[in-house]
Design a protein. Structure first.
Length: 314
């Protein structure tokens, strides 16, 4: 059944030669659009089905056909990367249509598939196009969004890592992103690298970390305090002020134990002079006195077998 509106338009076109010519051209145009849309949809669905079903031979055939129908399979390569199918990724590597590069490497890092990330990182096309800035973008993304410490380790071992770590501002931003997003595993890997300086901007990483009242701060703070370049007393002991503001008892006591921290800093924030900090200092002092009053326990040597036998007989 033809809708009434369509019937009226068709009737009008048939009564006018000029309108009929326009109608024929429009129909031909829509036929071309429909055919093109059907072709793209068919190719897209075929690729998706082959990837979802892990049909390696099917992907290889579709990549051959896509050259004939002028279809760009790049979006489906990203799909294969995201699914973490190494076999299908290798098949895409074989295609002349694929231009492997930074976008694919970034997607592999975001997906968290370590094996796929290594495969694309080692691809000749990626090696020739990758630079330290691109590598830094990936490291920043991984450190702030994904808890994949293995990818962080791979990046720090890459030949371009020396150039990347020679950019102190970039590395400072990466550390700050990891702190803000509470990525403890990535931070632990980064802070183990001697080439990274976490004390930039007057120890901003530590100061921001002490603003966090969660277990995350207690986990990372000892690592920073142990670092040779970190000074917790910077900016008039702001790290202690921030921890006091969050009422993090354990973190405050941890900082008070550090001789580089001065809770009596006259130029420090008012939180240093608060009743809370005074109470933490008193509790810490009591705890230390209790530990000092504890008498060392000396374990008596175990009886030899002969002595044990005599005790039993007696």
């Amino acid at each position: 059944m033809i809708p009434d509106v369509a019937r009226e338009i068709l009737g009008h076109c048939l009564t006018s030669n000029q309108s009929f010519v326009i109608l024929r051209r429009v129909c031909k145009l829509w036929k071309t659009v429909a055919d093109e849309s059907f072709r793209l949809q068919s190719a897209t669905r075929a690729f998706e089905d082959a990837i979802n079903l892990n049909k390696v031979d099917g992907i290889r055939l579709l990549l051959t056909l896509s050259k004939r129908i002028d279809f760009d399979p790049d979006i489906h390569f990203h799909q294969a990367i995201w699914r973490g199918n190494a076999q299908i990724v290798r098949v895409f590597f074989e295609s002349e249509q694929m231009n492997i590069g930074f976008g694919h490497l970034f997607n592999a890092a975001m997906s968290g598939h370590v094996n796929i990330f290594e495969m694309i990182l080692d691809h000749p096309s990626t090696k020739s196009s990758l630079d330290a800035t691109n590598l830094g973008s990936i490291l920043k993304m991984v450190s702030s969004n994904k808890p994949k410490s293995e990818i962080v380790k791979i990046i720090l071992k890459h030949p371009l890592s020396d150039q990347l770590l020679a950019m102190p501002t970039v590395m400072h931003d990466i550390l700050m992103e990891a702190v803000v997003h509470r990525r403890s595993e990535a931070l632990k890997v980064l802070l183990k690298d001697d080439r990274i300086d976490p004390s930039l901007d007057q120890n901003a990483v530590l100061r921001v970390l002490c603003h966090d009242g969660s277990f995350f701060a207690l986990e990372i703070c000892p690592i920073l305090l142990f670092h040779s370049k970190v000074s917790p007393g910077d900016k008039h002991n702001e790290a202690l002020s921030n921890a006091a503001l969050c009422r993090n008892d354990k973190l405050v006591k941890m900082l008070l134990k550090d001789p580089r921290v001065d809770p009596e800093d006259r130029w420090g924030h008012n939180y240093l002079k608060s009743e809370y900090v005074r109470r933490m200092k008193a509790e810490l002092k009591d705890e230390e006195e209790k530990v000092g009053r504890k008498e060392p326990q000396i374990d008596s040597p175990p009886l030899n077998p002969t002595a044990q036998t005599r005790c039993i007989i007696s």
